[in-house]
Design a protein around this ligand. Structure first.
Ligand code: NAD
Length: 491
C-alpha cells in the first residue's frame, strides 16, 4: 500500500507560512511514478484576499518608495541565496516536474539567480525619457517621465519551467517596487514556496512576496485575477486561459501581460550544415519533453535535403534516453501529468487519423517497475500532413513535430507564417543574407537564425496573435511593471 504523503506545501502570506487546512488540500504528484509526494494547501477566497491586502499594506509601508539601490541589493542577495541552496531548488524542481537533473541544473535553476541579477542591474542603470519642447511663443518646456510601480501584481505561471518563469516575472516586478501575489501551477507548487524562504532571508519586507496555491477556475487563480485589489496581471500559460484572464480583468481595465502558447516553425534550407541543423532541431523539438512554449512543432525542410534531415532527426529522437530524473544519462523526462499525457496521445492518434506517416514514436512506452505509473510518451516525428491538418495547427506541447517539404524561400515563409500563433521560429541556413531576410519576415516575437532558445535577458520576449499580448524582458519588463507619469515644466 502506498502511504499518504506527510509533507505539506504551504501558502505564504504576509511573511509567514500559513497553517495548512487538511480539508482543503490536493496532492502534488510526481509524474515519474504517478505517486503523490506532498499535500498542497489550496488557498480559499479569504486567504487570497489576505494575500492581496498584505501586498497592498507592504507597498504603503515603504516598499514602493525604497531607493532602487536597496531593492537591487535584496535581489542580488536572493540570487546568492538561491545558489547557496541550489540543490534544494533542483530537488523541488525534479519532484514537481520529473525533468532530467542535467537540465534542471543548467537551464531551470541556473536561470533563477540570473533573472534576479539581470533585473537588479537593469533597474539600477535604467534611464529616463526627457524632451526639450519648443513652444509657439518662442520659449521652451521640459518634458520628463517618471515611472512608478504598478502596485499589487498578480503573477500566474504554468508548470513547464516553473522556477524560471516565476523568477522571470517576480524579479522585474520587485525591482520596480511592486508587491506580488504569486499563483504557481497546481502541478508544480514546490519552487514558489521555497523561493519565499529565500526572499525572506534576503531581507524582503513582509507582504511584498505572497504565494497562494490552487487551481484556476473557482479556485486561487480566478480568485486572484478577479480580486478588485490587484493593479495588473502578468500571466504565462495557454492561450485559452489567457483569454479568460483578460476577460476577468477587463471590467476594471487593469494592464495584462500575456505570454501564451505557440505552434512554432523551423525552416531548413538546403545550403545548411545538416549535422548542425539536425542537432539544433532535435534540441528545439525535444527539450523538456517538448514542453517549452518555444519548442518547434512544425519543420519545413527544402525538398532536396528532406530525406537526409528527416532521417537525421529520427536518429536523434531514437537516441534520447527516457528515465529517472536523477540519472545523469537521462535526456528526457515524462510529461507533466497523466492528463497531459492523454492529451498528447490524443493528438498523436489524431495525426494518424489525419493521414500522418509516423517515422518514430507515436505512443506511450512502458518503462516498467516504478516508472510504469509515470506519464511517459515517446519522442514522435511524422511526415505526410500539410498545414490543413488540425495537428499541424494546434499546440500539442509534447516531444512531437511534423516534417513538411518545400521548394522555394517564398513558400517556406508562407508555410511558417500560416498559423494563428506567433511566438518563435528558427531558420537554418548558411546563407547570411537569406538568414536575415527570412528571419525578419517571420510573424513572431522571437526569430532565431542557426540557433534556438538563445536568450539575452535584456531583449524583448513574447508573441503575437494567439501567442500573447505585450513583451517582457529588458526595457519591456521595466515598462510593464511601472506606470509612467509625464511631467511638463514651462521653462
Ligand atoms: P494553463 O493556462 O492551463 O495554466 C497556467 C496557469 O493559469 C496555472 O497556474 C493555472 O492554474 C492558471 N489558471 C488556469 N485557469 C485559470 C483561470 N480561469 N484564472 C486564473 N488562472 C487560471 O497552462 P499550462 O497548461 O499550465 O501551461 C502550458 C501552456 O503555457 C502552453 O500553452 C505553453 O505554450 C504556455 N507557455 C507559454 C510561455 C510563453 O512565455 N509564451 C511559456 C511557458 C508556457
Amino acid at each position: 500500500m502506498i502511504e499518504a504523503p506527510s509533507q505539506w506545501i504551504r501558502n505564504y502570506v504576509d511573511g509567514s507560512f500559513v497553517e495548512p487546512d487538511p480539508d482543503r488540500a490536493f496532492d502534488a504528484v510526481d509524474p515519474v511514478t504517478g505517486r503523490a509526494y506532498a499535500r498542497v494547501h489550496e488557498a480559499d477566497h479569504d486567504l487570497v484576499d489576505r494575500a492581496v491586502t498584505s501586498a497592498r499594506a507592504a507597498l504603503s509601508d515603504g516598499w514602493a518608495a525604497r531607493p532602487v539601490s536597496d531593492r537591487a541589493a535584496i535581489l542580488r542577495r536572493a540570487a546568492d541565496l538561491i545558489e547557496e541552496r541550489f540543490d534544494e531548488f533542483v530537488a523541488a524542481e525534479l519532484a514537481d516536474t520529473g525533468k532530467p537533473i542535467t537540465q534542471a541544473r543548467t537551464l531551470d535553476i541556473a536561470r533563477a539567480p540570473a533573472n534576479f541579477r539581470a533585473f537588479a542591474d537593469m533597474v539600477s542603470t535604467a534611464g529616463q525619457e526627457s524632451f526639450r519642447t519648443e513652444t509657439a511663443d518662442g520659449g521652451a518646456a521640459l518634458n520628463y517621465t517618471v515611472r512608478k510601480p504598478l502596485g499589487v501584481v498578480a503573477v500566474i505561471v504554468p508548470w513547464n519551467l516553473p522556477l524560471l518563469l516565476l523568477t522571470w516575472k517576480v524579479a522585474p516586478a520587485l525591482a520596480c517596487g511592486n508587491a506580488v501575489v504569486v499563483k504557481p501551477s497546481e502541478d508544480t507548487p514546490g519552487g514558489a514556496s521555497l523561493l519565499a524562504e529565500v526572499l525572506e532571508q534576503a531581507g524582503l519586507p513582509h507582504g511584498v512576496y505572497n504565494v497562494v496555491h490552487g487551481f484556476g477556475a473557482d479556485s486561487a487563480g480566478a480568485f486572484l485575477t478577479g480580486h478588485p485589489g490587484i493593479d495588473g496581471v502578468t500571466f504565462t500559460g495557454s492561450s485559452a486561459t489567457g483569454t479568460r484572464v483578460m476577460q476577468t480583468v477587463a471590467p476594471r481595465v487593469r494592464p495584462v501581460s500575456l505570454e501564451l502558447g505557440g505552434k512554432n516553425a523551423a525552416v531548413v534550407f538546403d545550403d545548411v550544415d545538416i549535422a548542425e541543423a539536425v542537432n539544433g532541431l532535435s534540441r528545439s523539438i525535444f527539450t523538456n519533453t517538448g514542453q517549452v512554449c518555444l519548442c518547434t512543432e512544425r519543420v519545413y525542410i527544402q525538398r532536396n535535403v528532406f530525406d537526409e534531415v528527416a532521417s537525421g532527426l529520427v536518429g536523434a529522437a531514437e537516441q534520447l534516453v527516457l528515465g529517472r530524473p536523477t540519472d545523469e544519462s537521462t535526456t528526457t523526462g515524462p510529461l507533466i501529468s497523466a492528463k497531459h499525457r492523454d492529451k498528447v496521445q490524443g493528438y498523436l492518434d489524431l495525426a494518424v487519423e489525419e493521414g500522418a506517416n509516423v517515422l518514430t514514436g507515436g505512443g506511450a512506452p512502458d518503462l516498467g517497475g516504478e516508472l510504469a505509473g509515470g506519464s511517459w510518451i515517446s519522442p514522435t516525428l511524422w511526415t505526410g500532413l500539410t498545414n490543413e491538418a488540425r495537428v499541424m495547427r494546434e499546440e500539442v506541447f509534447g516531444p512531437v513535430a511534423g516534417l513538411v517539404p518545400f521548394d522555394t524561400e517564398e513558400e517556406a515563409v508562407a508555410l511558417a507564417n500560416d498559423t494563428e500563433y506567433g511566438l518563435a521560429s528558427a531558420v537554418w541556413t548558411n546563407d547570411l543574407r537569406r538568414g536575415h531576410r527570412v528571419a525578419e519576415q517571420m510573424n513572431v516575437g522571437l526569430s532565431w537564425v542557426n540557433t534556438w532558445y538563445l536568450r539575452d535577458l535584456r531583449s524583448p520576449f513574447g508573441g503575437m496573435g494567439l501567442s500573447g499580448i505585450g513583451r517582457e524582458g529588458g526595457q519591456s519588463s521595466l515598462h510593464f511593471y511601472t506606470e509612467p507619469t509625464n511631467v511638463c515644466v514651462q521653462l
